[in-house]
Design a protein around this ligand. Sequence first.
Ligand code: NAP
Length: 341
Amino acid sequence: MTSDIQKIRWGILGTGKIAENFALSLTGLESAVKQSVASRNPHNAVRFSQQFGFANAHPTLQDFFNDPEIDVIYIATPTSLHQEHCLMALNSGKAILCEKPFTRSWEEAYQVVEQSRSLGLFCMEAMWMRFNPFIQECKQLIQQKYIGDICSLNAGIGYKKDLAKLGQPEDGRGAMLVFGCYALNLAFFLFGEPQNHQCQVIRTDAGVDVNCAVILGYPNHTVSITATINGTQSNDVHIVGTDGCIHIPSPFIDPTSMQVISNQAQEIGLTERIGRKLGRMAKPLTGLFPQYTNPVRIGLIREAEETMRCLRLGLTESPIMPLNESLAIHQLLDTIQSSSH
Ligand SMILES: NC(=O)c1ccc[n+]([C@@H]2O[C@H](COP(=O)([O-])OP(=O)(O)OC[C@H]3O[C@@H](n4cnc5c(N)ncnc54)[C@H](OP(=O)(O)O)[C@@H]3O)[C@@H](O)[C@H]2O)c1
């Protein structure tokens, strides 16, 4: 019975677009308590707390971090502030779930990871794509060799943004940090760390990457990624194996369906099983929160559930999105962003 499950009290820092989606996701979770909200602007915090049903809105960030009623803080501020806000939260004794990209660089990420580890506090990059059931099913299918040995993965990700608002490289608004990180993260999730990489990066005059092509090398297959912020991509993923293929449709970062074609499907009877399983997953998405117009993202819900599961078990990291992988991905992002091509 859910009533016996330890409740976890959430604080949300930031009142923007993703914070709204996350607050909606908590709405569906019985064991999640919507405790507190903080913003630069106290009026925003009050508006947000009333709109999404939080108990408190704090007038200052320090009051928020010091609130003893918060178990875990979801950090949903701009990327350039993630390191500062993560460290403030950890130093106040709070567990953290920090939006992607975790920080702007490996160096910043490393400091957050070190601090969380030395304080023994839960910390996770909010890479909600990894918690989407279709992405998890995709990983299982690959591990079970359902489409044979992998030949290639192709991912294109990006949405056209106003280039005038990108600012400087240190603002953290380039194509790789905003979009490409999802595709890199997917490759790490499905296949682990690549052996090598090649890339080509197109930048604005200020040095912000706007258009990047990256090839990741694995022993027996390749991963190719294009990430753009000056144009919109198809935002889907094609995975080809020696015995079939998988298509994760747009948006592959939080899909609500997946096409799997396997030469072995008839023989091992998996098509029907997967069809039934995925069909069940898709159903709760429709009409779950009919009062809201924003789409409720299944990846966000599952990510919040995983955070609460880890906190109840006293885990300081999630095995699904481990900190060492966030660090390794940041190291690769740094190399791509500083590449001379
Ligand atoms: N939007 C998405 O779909 C999405 C998806 C995945 C991840 N993310 C990540 O989530 C983070 C936030 O993205 P977003 O799209 O939600 O941005 P956003 O709509 O601009 O919201 C960011 C919020 O951060 C707060 N903020 C801004 N400057 C601040 C400051 N100096 N001090 C404290 N708070 C400040 C603001 O809230 P107040 O005005 O109330 O202070 C603002 O509403 C980014 O790291 C992004 O990469 C976004």
